[in-house]
Design a protein around this ligand. Sequence first.
Ligand SMILES: *[C@@H]1O[C@H](CO)[C@@H](O)[C@H](O)[C@H]1NC(C)=O
Ligand SMILES: *[C@@H]1O[C@H](CO)[C@@H](O)[C@H](O)[C@H]1NC(C)=O
Ligand SMILES: *[C@@H]1O[C@H](CO)[C@@H](O)[C@H](O)[C@H]1NC(C)=O
Ligand SMILES: *[C@@H]1O[C@H](CO)[C@@H](O)[C@H](O)[C@H]1NC(C)=O
Ligand SMILES: *[C@@H]1O[C@H](CO)[C@@H](O)[C@H](O)[C@H]1NC(C)=O
Ligand SMILES: *[C@@H]1O[C@H](CO)[C@@H](O)[C@H](O)[C@H]1NC(C)=O
Ligand SMILES: *[C@@H]1O[C@H](CO)[C@@H](O)[C@H](O)[C@H]1NC(C)=O
Ligand SMILES: *[C@@H]1O[C@H](CO)[C@@H](O)[C@H](O)[C@H]1NC(C)=O
Ligand SMILES: *[C@@H]1O[C@H](CO)[C@@H](O)[C@H](O)[C@H]1NC(C)=O
Length: 690
Amino acid sequence: MRLFRFCAVFGHALLPSIASASQQQPLLEATSEARSASQWKFNYSSEAPHYFASAYGLLQQWPNTFFPNGHSLVPCEIPPFTKLYHGRRDGDVPPSPEWFAFDIGMSYGIMGSSRDSHMLTYQTTRRVKCIYFDGESATLFGTGQLDSQNLHIWGNTSGPSRPGNGFRGLWEEYARATGLCDWFQEQKLGGPGWGYEGIVRMNAGFEMIWCNFSSPSIRLISHLNITAPLLPKQDEEVIVKAQDDSTLTSYYPLPPSPTRSDRATDPANPPVPPVNNPPWIREPFFHSQAWAWYSSATTHYGSNGDGPGRPETHVKPMSCGFLSYYGPDFLSQALPRAQEEQKSLNLTKDGLWTGPGKSGSRAKAMESLTRRRRYHTLDSITPSDASIMRVNSERVLRDLSSDSPANCSGIDWSTMTNDIVQTYGSSLFRFLNTLERFENVTITNLTSVRDWMIDVRDETHSFLLPFLEYPDDDANDNIWTRDSSLFKTTYSRCRYQFTRLLDPEEGISLGPEESLLQWSVEETTGGICSVLVDVGLAVEGLWEANFNVPIKETSKPEVPTQFKNEVSRWTEGIEQLMAWLGWAGEWVRCEQRCAWDESCFIPMWPMIPFRGGRGGGRGPPRREPGHGGPPGGRPGGRLSVFDELFAFDDPPNNRTFRPPGRGFNPWQPNEDDLWTPKCVKSDYILTGRG
Ligand SMILES: *[C@@H]1O[C@H](CO)[C@@H](O)[C@H](O)[C@H]1NC(C)=O
Ligand SMILES: *[C@@H]1O[C@H](CO)[C@@H](O)[C@H](O)[C@H]1NC(C)=O
Ligand SMILES: *[C@@H]1O[C@H](CO)[C@@H](O)[C@H](O)[C@H]1NC(C)=O
Ligand SMILES: *[C@@H]1O[C@H](CO)[C@@H](O)[C@H](O)[C@H]1NC(C)=O
Ligand SMILES: *[C@@H]1O[C@H](CO)[C@@H](O)[C@H](O)[C@H]1NC(C)=O
Ligand SMILES: *[C@@H]1O[C@H](CO)[C@@H](O)[C@H](O)[C@H]1NC(C)=O
Ligand SMILES: *[C@@H]1O[C@H](CO)[C@@H](O)[C@H](O)[C@H]1NC(C)=O
Ligand SMILES: *[C@@H]1O[C@H](CO)[C@@H](O)[C@H](O)[C@H]1NC(C)=O
Ligand SMILES: *[C@@H]1O[C@H](CO)[C@@H](O)[C@H](O)[C@H]1NC(C)=O
């Protein structure tokens, strides 16, 4: 029975007091009882993992699409000579404020394919400052994506009440833009040519509200009428013109610097989509433009199930000024949220998970825990909490516009948090899969058990490698358990691997924003290390006691249930850790590799193909969008936003336009499309097929 001498090894991890008293006893009866209650005590009510996840996701399309309701804002900078695109449906230069896209695909996607489409390309002339609202913060028909901006401007999520029927589609956009730009001016945080001049947001791609187009911080470098000749009507003759192919070697002349200085305002009436004979029917690039817009967004997917990826690199977050409603100050949201999640996720008052219940499925429960952040909103933030955020942000923006900010250590928190996700994101998923393979190990076959154990140990070893020093041979059996000194030192090295030098005793003192980042990093690494060091040491102990010996195929050992129990303890630990971290997007990808003419699609507003009858889907709780698509009947498979965006020059008609705002949202993506993304071809965006 040498092979399975368990007691000393994992008894302790379960019941330290009993174990230390009974080191030499073969099998602990108490163990099975201890197993039924979860040993892993994750606090699912803690905001720390959300704070962390929000910080690592900055400027990455993928995580912000899975978690669309932004809670955070961060000051940012844009380097000189960055290109910015402004598309229009007229030949004018823009009033102010107006919008820039960082990708031409996005600009053309919104403003192309009309009879008077124009593209203005600008470049920044200096380093420009901005602020960035995370989440899908430019989703105009949403379920909370605009809340952090609205709170900033108006102190509530609804904004000013309007005469008439309230919701006005795209039309609060100018009020929001002006609200934020005026705030910069009033607080003396920025103005034309200095300080903060733009607000960065995301829908399918990143865009920026630019406060003043007369600012010397930007220069117009081309202004083109990009209206393309229409496709012929049926049977119409096509006249092909000869090309002028003279070549130019000199710089092209710059267009004059625009002098337009009027204010942009919300139009008086909401746009109403045309119903019949849409004007774009003969536009030659109508089909490719949607795909080009979508594709441009995929270039900054960032971190996802295929590993790290490029974020929107034109915008550099100044992470030492990161501010988030997940911070411990904002109890007006945290308390009701904790209460609600106690009910919906079966948590105790302390945030501990009580299990899936008698009838519930464990896998489903894990899934809801892992995805819980998706349904967070800022509904309950009080005006006074909103004003705390605003005042904090003014202090931070002012500090970071100085040449020597008072509170910026220089730590790149974006890189640090992304390092952590890269180190543990996919490797935890892989490790879970290795553990789950145990169910297929022939447990009576020692070689087979040992082979599996080698795989497990390879992985735990790489987790512990930076932190573990193997103890002397004569260390006692107790050494591999949770209350050994080996555990404590290994755990501490693991937990503080990024922040050891931030101990105040090292003479470092961080400002309030970086202190919270430090807290969220340490809580996160703490959660990770608590499971990985425990499991890793237990694996070492089992290995040393039972596997690090020559195998004799002739021996026919019984595998005690304790070994199986121990393996399921590890598995549960990793599952609960992953659920607690909630990095759901990191564990989602297209299972097949996409072909050259395909792309891995997730629905990003407004790239949400509507399939007649099937739209809606399961939305966030309390926000039942439900029913099959938008009111008034939409022809199957048109890209939803195009109806709205293309409505600019069309006279209003009588189509009913129900307010999509809260509680109703025709653009609610189908949740399955999000969680099981698949490779699609270019037709998919417009048709929902392919
Ligand atoms: C842009 O070009 C289109 C097509 O040639 C033309 O109809 C339109 O008038 C032009 N717009 C301006 C402002 O010149
Ligand atoms: C939200 O704030 C605006 C501006 O402060 C105010 O006009 C409006 O009445 C408020 N709405 C609610 C529902 O309190
Ligand atoms: C933009 O800046 C110019 C020059 O400083 C100023 O005249 C104009 O009023 C500003 N426009 C807006 C909308 O703030
Ligand atoms: C879990 O976190 C919440 C929110 O911070 C806190 O109120 C609660 O006391 C924590 N539970 C434990 C067991 O620490
Ligand atoms: C909570 O309990 C219910 C009923 O037992 C179950 O259906 C659900 O999956 C559980 N959810 C979680 C997150 O445990
Ligand atoms: C166990 O083997 C079965 C049959 O080959 C397979 O379907 C299943 O996915 C395997 N389980 C794991 C966790 O690998
Ligand atoms: C035990 O497992 C090993 C490796 O999986 C295999 O090669 C061997 O044939 C098995 N032995 C028996 C007796 O099934
Ligand atoms: C810098 O941090 C200190 C210590 O937390 C704080 O008192 C001070 O208000 C901060 N200053 C700024 C400009 O953020
Ligand atoms: C549509 O609008 C027109 C003009 O406002 C009006 O005369 C007509 O009665 C409306 N039709 C319907 C069905 O509401």
